[in-house]
Design a protein around this ligand. Structure first.
Ligand code: GTP
Length: 253
């Protein structure tokens, strides 16, 4: 059974900061947000975790393998180098959705995202080293079948974007509502989902639902591991196997 450690990253009091003393240049906000995401991707990724940009002011990470001191160091490093600070809330659960719900509740209990006195909260508990297993994280890597032939080479870039986003929106809702999984668009035609332990049938149902509702055909590779990186690499290899075999779902060996 999975035991996913999820960290909610929230920029402290960011809304007011973006308009104080007057609205800041949008390009500067975009640059700050994308650089912060890139830095967190390295800081968390170098320790085996995955972070997803989601809304940029709130990011969600799968952090199995990162302990409290890793979180504290990441928080300090951001605070030293950026004009904003971040709060980090960690929780674990047998499903990623439950873990994130707990992490969110804990941070909300410490004050509003727009409370100027709530800064650099670091709360929650990480999984003790002795309790970690090789099946703690399940990652599903989805991609659109022949996105290039169906969309990229046929439609305008914006029409393609709409189709891919509709597929993503349908998948993220279905995987969350039916399976307690957290799915994130990661670029191109790819969606990576942090999942609980799911059956082949569950993945097939989700893929069928996206075909029916959004008209977008997906395939998925599924991997598991001690960290998001390990599970994610297995998922990528499984996706290659699915591509080669023509199967919609492939589980890594
Ligand atoms: N983030 C991420 N993006 C990827 C990955 N693989 C492909 N992409 C993106 O997806 C786009 C489409 O690539 P493919 O999925 O290989 O192309 P396709 O036309 O759908 O072909 P098939 O997947 O073989 O059916 C690329 O331009 C990349 O932007 C990946 O592992 N991670």
């Amino acid at each position: 059974m999975t035991n996913t450690q999820v960290t909610l990253v929230q920029i402290d009091n960011y809304g007011p900061w973006t308009v104080t003393p007057e609205p800041r240049r949008e390009v500067d906000l975009q640059t700050l947000q994308s650089r912060l995401y890139a830095d967190l991707s390295q800081l968390i990724g170098n320790r085996g975790g995955y972070v997803f940009f989601t809304r940029f002011d709130n990011m969600i990470a799968v952090t199995n393998g990162l302990d409290e001191s890793d979180h504290a160091m990441i928080q300090e490093s951001v605070g030293n180098r950026y004009p904003v600070t971040v709060s980090l809330s960690v929780a674990t659960g047998t499903t990623p959705a439950h873990a994130l719900a707990d992490a969110t509740d804990n941070l909300q209990d410490r004050g509003s995202a727009q409370d100027k006195d709530r800064r650099e909260i670091l709360c929650g508990r990480t999984i003790g080293e002795d309790h970690r297993t090789d099946e703690d994280v399940e990652i599903a890597h989805f991609d659109v079948i022949d996105a290039t032939g169906e969309y990229t080479d046929r439609l305008s870039a914006f029409e393609t974007f709409i189709e891919i986003e509709q597929g993503y929106a349908t998948l993220m809702k279905e995987m969350h509502g039916e399976h307690d999984a957290l799915s994130f668009f990661v670029g191109g035609d790819n969606v990576i989902a942090a999942c609980p332990t799911l059956t082949e049938g569950a993945y097939l149902d989700a893929i069928d639902h996206v075909t029916e509702v959004a008209g977008v055909d997906l395939r998925v590779g599924v991997g598991s591991g001690k960290t998001a990186h390990e599970a994610g690499m297995d998922a990528k290899h499984a996706l290659e196997e699915a591509r080669a075999s023509g199967d919609a779902v492939w589980f890594a060996e």
